[in-house]
Design a protein around this ligand. Structure first.
Ligand SMILES: *[C@@H]1O[C@H](CO)[C@@H](O)[C@H](O)[C@H]1NC(C)=O
Ligand SMILES: *[C@@H]1O[C@H](CO)[C@@H](O)[C@H](O)[C@H]1NC(C)=O
Ligand SMILES: *[C@@H]1O[C@H](CO)[C@@H](O)[C@H](O)[C@H]1NC(C)=O
Ligand SMILES: *[C@@H]1O[C@H](CO)[C@@H](O)[C@H](O)[C@H]1NC(C)=O
Ligand SMILES: *[C@@H]1O[C@H](CO)[C@@H](O)[C@H](O)[C@H]1NC(C)=O
Ligand SMILES: *[C@@H]1O[C@H](CO)[C@@H](O)[C@H](O)[C@H]1NC(C)=O
Ligand SMILES: *[C@@H]1O[C@H](CO)[C@@H](O)[C@H](O)[C@H]1NC(C)=O
Ligand SMILES: *[C@@H]1O[C@H](CO)[C@@H](O)[C@H](O)[C@H]1NC(C)=O
Ligand SMILES: *[C@@H]1O[C@H](CO)[C@@H](O)[C@H](O)[C@H]1NC(C)=O
Ligand SMILES: *[C@@H]1O[C@H](CO)[C@@H](O)[C@H](O)[C@H]1NC(C)=O
Ligand SMILES: *[C@@H]1O[C@H](CO)[C@@H](O)[C@H](O)[C@H]1NC(C)=O
Length: 643
């Protein structure tokens, strides 16, 4: 009985618990895949020399499984340490963030950075291929040359890690490297004497040395040319000199992305001589000193989708062949000295998503609506800038014909007539710049429906009439409003609460008076405010002065604002403050050490000036322009003035 019972029961039980049985088996199998002891020791020694102020590596403990540690990635079959992710996270500025929020995140970032020394124990990680140390604080130490012995590396990211000094040429021994990032915002802390060592990196695909001082690397063209795997080369702000090789060394045809912005190049010969760039998809030559015509060599780069030639001294007309680059999505010709007119061939840029063109040397008037009519056929276009181009005529309703356009700048032309009433799909526009034109008439009430609009420039036109709450009814996203130099009157009720939180507001020469606009006090993010010459003859309420610590620029001049500036707890702290030509009275306000410009002239400030000059006398002041003239001040000039 017994003998026959057991097998049955065993089979039965095994069947019943089969899932658990398998689970147990596999878990046991996996948990044996713990990290390799020498590698754990290597990481622990590495940790010992690292400064980790916010204890991010608390999981790195003596007896743990290092494959489970923060930032460590092991191979799933061999358990060798393959990747070390030790970057710190620089906060990304986001438009919805207040500056306090950003400051707080920045402070958290600063405190989370690793520092200290890199221990060569890392060399025991024989299978490490990915090493990211970016955005840390290896404060002013050199990149250790032993990194050149970590032969297994395919990715090395030392971007903004705080290293300074000569980049060790031993890095050229990392012959498996595909990604190398040495970008460094820290004011040219890193430099090289030459780039010969790079030629050992035959598999390199992505190289970023932006902001590294390469002024001595006269071989940069030759060397980068020999890197036959290179796809992406970022050498912006490298102090590069145009060492133009004697013959064209057309070779590096693998290159897809090239960024040489910010390098003071003048001669366009460099472009034709350097690379066999026919496959290039993205070329950035902005912020150099290129002169003369737009180089014809670009004509053969038919794969280009991103071309940035902005901020140079190109002074030709725009060549028609540029418009035959049919894959071009992003074109920036802003900030040059280009001349001539915009040809109707621009309608051939059918891939265009963003076009920015300045034509400051334009001597010909061109009809704005004709150009826009052509451009409206570019159905992918989202951003359009046609600035300083002497475009004239009326806008009529042509903006309504664009399909996807959400950002437009027609700044500094000669466009007249009314502002456009019909903006197709009103809720999509985010950026409108009509400033420095001759628009006349009133502001259309339809502007009040631009619920995504963040930036509106209509300053320096000939607009007239009354602006009411309706004009702002749905401008919930507005952050930047510049409308100075028009004859506009704002009529809003005393208890109006605007739907927006502005950061910048320029309403010089509007009529905002006679009452001080109470709605200004609701703007808790305002940093730049100019309401000079706005016919206010009232006291500024205390709640307005409560905002004052957030200002960077504050101009209330040439009004009839009266009363005292509250003494406590107020300290004026904007970078530039102009309260001149008002009727302020009472004692001078105290100012913080970060005020650069202060004009309190032509008011009725009275009493002694000692407290003004002697306030926090030991803090170094940066003030450069100070005008206290035309007031009723008295008493002696104190010695504190010397500070
Ligand atoms: C190990 O990882 C590789 C890719 O990272 C993946 O393709 C593979 O399926 C994984 N193997 C196991 C057993 O998880
Ligand atoms: C290097 O790190 C920076 C910042 O952490 C990141 O933006 C970049 O993509 C990384 N580059 C590579 C090649 O991994
Ligand atoms: C590393 O590179 C240097 C020169 O950059 C060279 O002298 C040295 O022999 C290389 N070492 C190895 C192990 O390849
Ligand atoms: C870059 O290096 C050169 C040569 O060493 C030096 O003269 C120059 O001052 C450096 N530039 C900066 C901005 O440090
Ligand atoms: C690129 O240059 C190298 C030597 O510098 C040469 O061996 C190679 O053939 C060249 N490639 C092309 C496509 O010209
Ligand atoms: C463009 O600039 C170059 C160099 O500054 C100058 O020689 C040339 O006359 C200019 N051309 C035009 C059309 O202004
Ligand atoms: C452009 O390419 C053609 C042949 O495809 C060639 O004849 C011409 O010289 C090239 N132009 C420039 C400026 O490189
Ligand atoms: C624009 O395209 C038309 C039609 O494809 C073509 O005839 C014309 O030559 C092109 N213009 C330019 C400047 O490429
Ligand atoms: C407007 O453009 C002209 C050149 O066309 C330039 O001289 C002037 O400075 C520009 N004005 C503004 C306000 O940008
Ligand atoms: C304001 O915008 C919202 C969302 O875009 C929309 O539903 C509403 O009708 C708009 N109101 C006015 C008065 O335009
Ligand atoms: C001084 O301020 C008054 C208004 O308070 C104004 O009328 C006058 O023009 C100002 N003087 C100067 C020189 O700005």
């Amino acid at each position: 009985m017994e003998a026959s019972f057991r097998p049955v029961s065993f089979l039965f039980l095994a069947f019943l618990f089969l899932p658990n049985f398998l689970f147990f088996f596999f878990c046991a199998g996996l948990s044996e895949l713990r990290c390799i002891d020498t590698e754990r020791q290597a990481l622990l020694s590495f940790k010992q020399h690292l400064i980790d102020p916010s204890n991010r590596l608390s999981s790195w403990t003596a007896h743990g499984d290092c494959c489970l540690w923060e930032g460590v990635v092991c191979h799933n079959l061999t358990a060798h340490v393959h990747q070390l992710h030790l970057r710190s996270f620089y906060p990304v500025w986001d438009a919805s963030m207040s500056s306090e929020q950003f400051d707080a995140e920045f402070e958290a970032y600063r405190r989370s950075r690793f520092g200290g020394k890199l221990n060569p124990s890392l060399l025991d990680l024989k299978h490490l291929n990915y090493f990211d140390l970016s955005f840390n604080n290896f404060n002013s130490t050199a990149i250790p040359s032993f990194l050149g012995l970590m032969k297994s590396l395919t990715h090395l990211n030392l971007s903004n890690a705080g290293f300074v000094g000569l980049i060790p040429h031993q890095l050229g021994n990392l012959s498996s490297l595909r990604f190398l990032n040495l970008e460094s915002y820290e004011a040219y802390g890193l430099y090289v004497n030459n780039l010969e060592w790079l030629s050992g990196l035959t598999l390199l695909q992505h190289l970023d040395m932006s902001w590294v001082n390469l002024s001595k690397a006269s071989d940069w063209v030759q060397v980068t040319n020999t890197l036959s795997s290179l796809l992406d080369l970022q050498l912006s702000y490298c102090q590069l000199r145009p060492f133009i090789p004697p013959t064209p060394t057309v070779n590096s045809s693998s290159l897809l992305t090239l960024d040489l912005s910010g390098n003071n190049f003048e001669n366009t010969l460099i472009i034709s001589r350097i690379f066999g760039l026919c496959n290039l998809v993205s070329l950035d030559l902005s912020y150099n000193h290129f002169q003369g015509p737009i180089p014809v060599d670009l004509q053969n780069m038919t794969s280009l989708s991103h071309l940035d030639l902005s901020r140079n001294n190109f002074n030709s007309s725009i060549p028609n062949w540029l418009y035959s680059l049919s894959r071009l999505e992003f074109l920036n010709l802003g900030g040059n000295n280009l001349q001539g007119t915009i040809s109707s061939a621009i309608g051939n840029l059918t891939s265009a998503v963003s076009i920015v063109i300045d034509l400051p040397s334009n001597r010909l008037n061109q009809e704005v609506s004709k150009i826009l009519e052509i451009l409206s056929r570019l159905y992918r276009l989202e951003t359009l800038g046609l600035r300083h181009a002497r475009l004239s005529g009326h806008l009529t309703d042509v903006l309504g014909k664009f399909k996807k356009l959400v950002r437009i700048s027609l700044r500094n032309n000669s466009i007249s007539g009314p502002l456009p009433v019909s903006l197709s799909n009103l809720s999509s526009w985010t950026y409108l710049d009509f400033s420095y034109n001759q628009f006349n008439g009133t502001i259309p009430q339809s502007f009040g429906q631009l619920s995504k609009l963040e930036i509106l420039f209509i300053g320096s036109n000939m607009l007239k009439g009354v602006v009411s709450e309706v004009h702002f009814s749905n401008l919930t996203s507005l952050k930047y409003l510049s409308a100075f130099g028009n004859q506009l009157t704002l009529k809003a009720s005393q208890n109006w609460v605007p739907p927006f939180q502005l950061e910048n507001l320029y309403l010089q020469s509007w009529n905002l008076g006679p009452k001080f606009p109470p709605w200004l006090c609701s703007q808790r993010c305002m940093q730049y405010l100019d309401i000079s010459y706005t016919q206010i003859s009232d006291m500024a309420p205390p709640s307005f002065w409560n905002l004052s610590s957030q200002f960077y620029y504050l101009n209330l001049s040439h009004n009839l604002i009266h009363g005292e500036i509250p003494k406590s707890p107020l300290i004026l702290s904007a970078f530039a403050i102009d309260l001149s030509s008002n009727h302020f009275k009472g004692p001078l306000p105290c100012i913080s050490s970060n005020v650069y410009l202060l004009d309190l002239s032509n008011n009725s400030f009275s009493r002694s000036i000692s407290h003004f000059f002697c306030f926090k006398v030991n803090e170094p002041k940066i003030i450069v322009h100070l005008n206290l003239g035309k007031n009723l001040l008295s008493g002696i000039i104190p010695d504190c003035l010397m500070n």
